[in-house]
Design a protein around this ligand. Structure first.
Ligand code: EPZ
Length: 423
């Protein structure tokens, strides 16, 4: 398995271009199941999770090509409506296929996504929504069996604004003729991108004056062409990284307003920023980094997907910082690894207290999830000496060519595989 060798203490300067959003393109790729017509998606990042999703679409019977950031999907005979466990176990987002398959076939057999490092991650909100459409949901030997004689539009209130459940139910409703209303939905920008695609396919989806998602479903949906929105989590990750190394980095091709809370927190911490229409320039500074208190929340709150990276930044703050992780029950896995690098972090349930230290030192560490892995990259770039990061495949799930982007800024990050490379 690949590892990163990270040389600490180098000055970083230059430009990073944000890629297309992983968390928008995954559901959008799945939306291609709603039609047999050609479906073209541009600005698709070359990530492990994207390649897994393309394997899933192929396993379901689609013909897929992926070239220079563009994915082209066409029908290749009849679609299947069962998914191999092999693929589901690699990525929870594969469960998003349930909505489209149920809508098209009135029957689908999908392996239940197991938990992951972040926690149990149940799918009860998805299943309750499918039941409200008239489907029967049974779980049997690790699979969810969805079946319905007829699907009816419904008014559904989500008990929690789950991103995945919102997308799964939207996609299902888009092929149920009539008006479905979803209440207490997720408001992440990725949802807007999925909405834009479904509307281009012929659905009629809008947000009413009460903030509810109204979906006027159709009998059939067309193919379409779309360009994925910028990845706000990749953009935010590089902004935090630049602040941590006190570099001079301009993150381009991003949507600053999708990171507005992060920008406020960076400014509160004393990090100088220049914010343009499609870029954020994080500037060098030699004043103390001020500790802050953040609480993760559904959008537009502080993104849970930026929390581990923020923790790495606060490890070097001038005082005591606090993080309250309200979304996932176990998202402090980077903490013990950062402590091994000299950070002073105490976690208790969903609260983390970080007492900033003067310096981190390079160490041999292990990534356990994609955002925590990026946090270790940030710490390694700040630390004195060299850091070796194991299980880089976690980082590859959500970041395209991280070492290429970082080395172009002046970093020295080397990818190697001890089982293969002589290093
Ligand atoms: C999406 O996951 C993202 N993944 C996650 O990004 C992100 O952390 C998360 O939203 C929250 O923003 C993709 O978009 C592919 P949720 P999702 O359903 O949809 C609980 C990354 O780093 N819940 O909003 O799975 C759940 O356990 C990844 O890119 C239920 O209890 O997140 C969690 O505690 C990590 N029942 C909370 O809600 C359900 O039926 C938020 O989950 C569904 C969710």
């Amino acid at each position: 398995m690949d590892r990163f060798l990270v040389e600490g203490g180098r000055k970083l300067k230059g430009t990073v271009k944000a890629g297309g959003s992983k968390n928008a393109c995954l559901p959008i790729l799945v939306a291609s199941l709603l039609t047999d017509e050609p479906f073209v998606l541009h600005r698709v990042p070359n990530l492990r999770d994207v390649r897994t999703t393309l394997k899933i679409l192929t396993a379901l019977g689609k013909k897929v090509t992926f070239q220079d950031g563009t994915v082209t999907i066409t029908a290749d005979g009849a679609l299947k409506n069962t998914l191999p466990y092999e693929l589901v176990k690699q990525m929870r987002a594969s469960f998003w296929v349930a909505g489209p398959l149920l809508a098209r076939f009135r029957e689908a057999v999908i392996p239940l996504p197991g938990g992951c490092a972040l926690g149990a991650r149940p799918v009860d909100i998805h299943l309750k929504g499918f039941e409200r459409f008239g489907a029967a949901c049974q779980t049997e030997s690790g699979n969810v069996i969805l079946s319905a004689d007829k699907l009816e539009p419904a008014k559904i209130t989500l008990r929690f604004p789950s991103v995945g459940a919102t997308q799964n139910l939207m996609m299902c409703a888009a092929l149920i003729p009539g008006e479905t209303v979803l209440e207490n939905v997720a408001k992440e920008p990725e949802i807007d991108d999925v909405t834009a695609v479904l509307n281009k396919m012929g659905a009629e989806i809008f947000t009413d004056d009460k903030g509810r998602l109204v979906i006027r479903g159709q009998h059939t949906l067309h193919g379409t062409e779309h360009t994925v929105v910028a990845d706000r989590i990749e953009s935010g990750s590089y902004m935090i990284l630049s602040a941590a190394v006190r570099g001079d980095v301009r993150v381009e091709d991003c949507v600053p307003e999708h990171n507005s809370i992060l920008l406020e927190c960076l400014q509160e911490a004393g990090v100088p920023l220049e914010v343009g229409p499609d870029y954020v320039h994080v500037k060098p500074y030699d004043t103390p980094l001020k500790p802050t208190r953040i609480k993760t929340a559904p959008y537009p709150g502080f993104a849970t997907d930026l929390q581990p990276q923020w923790m790495a930044l606060m490890a070097l703050a001038d005082g005591a910082a606090e993080i309250d992780e309200t979304i996932f029950e176990n998202r402090f896995m980077a903490a013990p690894e950062l402590v091994r690098m000299g950070a002073d972090i105490v976690t208790e349930k969903t609260l983390a207290r970080i007492n900033g230290v003067k310096e981190l030192s390079g160490a041999h560490v292990m990534a356990s999830d994609l955002r925590g892995g990026f946090a270790l990259l940030i710490a390694g770039l700040c630390a004195k000496g060299t850091t070796e990061i194991e299980r880089v495949y976690h980082i590859d799930r959500g970041y395209e060519d991280p070492e290429g982007k970082l080395n172009a800024l002046g970093a020295k990050v080397t990818r190697y595989n001890p089982d293969k490379d002589e290093f």
